[in-house]
Design a protein around this ligand. Structure first.
Ligand code: NAI
Ligand code: MG
Length: 358
């Protein structure tokens, strides 16, 4: 019988991006060869801060149309020491997320076997979350301006945009995510005591959408109190939904609580499936360790697993995570997890575990 073929666009971009994406492609190839239940092809796009410095553009003309032909995108990280971060972020990552309406940013966190949370009270299984981040508007809508630049009387505004359409669709997506998980729990995070317009609308929309999900247990938290709960009672949380900014911050905290930013994945999903979704590690381009060969590829492996699940290969995704977790258990981990292995050691060990799949 014919097996499905998926075409993946890779955009390694900057810093450690190329190292971890190369590792990700290697394990995906090994997995597809071993399982022989699907084929996977890759097209690489060398869009980066280097291209930007040479051409003034991160994405060449017609670039998005080329991307659109693929089933999914595996992204590394963007950001260079000599390009302002707001230029690189808006030039490449957001320039894909926004036109492709990847409005759901999904960030799972858990403590892998063989790794340790910095929390004294958290063991494996106690911290198993999915953070759903609004990824198309809110605080990162790009609305605002500056007047009297550089003068003592300069003013700047950064306006948050919350549309009922945007809020409703992300909250609905979060309820659906919660409903598919065993505990069926959703925590809606806002700051509706201080931000009395957009955040109050979030609370109202959450209350309305909740009526369609009677089997999901829902509660509300203010974002500041949420940081306390994540640290003090991690086991009381499951699925979490928050605005673009709030969830950005909470998910970095989540990654740290799970042991390292080098593990955590992100999916930028277009749930309508009109456009390809994009999968990437949470971490950035990590200039401090670029080229040293010591970056942790696990965040990219987990991102690759999330990608497999999204395109319809849930079983392969599970096998990949299992292989990664076995490697952590064996103690083959990079320095950020307290180990001595380098990127290539971890990648080779994961490929070995894949080879052992019965
Ligand atoms: P970062 O995530 O690049 O690094 C933070 C710290 O974590 C560094 O000490 C780094 O060495 C370490 N780290 C990150 N990933 C690691 C890995 N896989 N293995 C081991 N250690 C790892 O964040 P930072 O330093 O704030 O940002 C650097 C650049 O990356 C900036 O230009 C920033 O704008 C960009 N960035 C890009 C993102 C993206 O493309 N989605 C996300 C976050 C930051
Ligand atoms: Mg971030």
């Amino acid at each position: 019988a014919a097996i499905p073929t998926y075409s993946i666009a890779t955009i390694p971009a900057d810093g450690i991006g190329p190292e971890v994406v190369e590792a990700g492609v290697e394990v995906l190839k090994a997995l597809s060869q071993k399982l022989a239940t699907f084929r996977i092809t890759f097209e690489n796009f060398d869009w980066s801060s280097e291209t930007y410095k040479k051409t003034g553009k991160y994405i060449p003309d017609g670039g998005l149309e080329q991307l659109k032909k693929h089933d999914a995108i595996l992204f590394g990280a963007v950001g260079a020491p000599d390009v302002p971060d707001h230029i690189s972020l808006w030039g490449l990552r957001l320039a894909i997320c926004q036109p492709f309406q990847q409005y759901a940013n999904v960030r799972p966190t858990r403590i892998f076997r063989g790794t340790q949370s910095p929390l004294r009270n958290a063991n494996i299984g106690d911290l198993d979350w999915v953070i759903v981040r609004e990824n198309s508007e809110g605080e990162y809508a790009g609305q605002g301006g500056r007047s009297h630049r550089g003068k003592a009387w300069e003013v700047a505004t950064e306006t948050s945009i919350f549309s009922r359409h945007g809020v409703e669709r992300i909250i609905r997506f979060a309820f659906e995510t919660a409903q598919k998980r065993p505990r069926k729990m959703l925590t809606v995070v806002t700051k509706s005591n201080a931000q009395r317009n957009g955040m109050v609308m979030w609370d109202e929309v959450a209350h309305e959408v909740a009526q369609d999900f009677p089997d999901v247990k829902v509660d509300k938290m203010l974002v500041d109190a949420m940081t306390v709960r994540m640290v003090m009672k991690p086991g009381s949380l499951d699925t979490i939904v928050a605005t673009n900014l709030h969830a950005d911050i909470l998910s970095d905290l989540a990654a740290a609580l799970a042991g390292s930013i080098g593990i955590a994945p992100t999916s930028n999903l277009d749930p309508s499936r009109e456009n390809p979704s994009m999968f990437e590690p949470i971490h950035g381009s990590a200039f401090d360790i670029t080229g040293m060969g010591i970056s942790n590829p696990v965040a990219t492996f987990w991102s690759a697993a999330e990608m497999l699940e999204w395109i319809g290969e849930a079983d392969a995704a599970r096998q990949l995570i299992e292989a990664v977790e076995k490697v952590c258990e064996r103690g083959v981990v990079t320095a950020d997890l307290g180990g001595k292995a380098n990127t290539k050691d971890v990648t080779a060990a994961v490929c070995e575990e894949i080879e052992k799949i019965a």
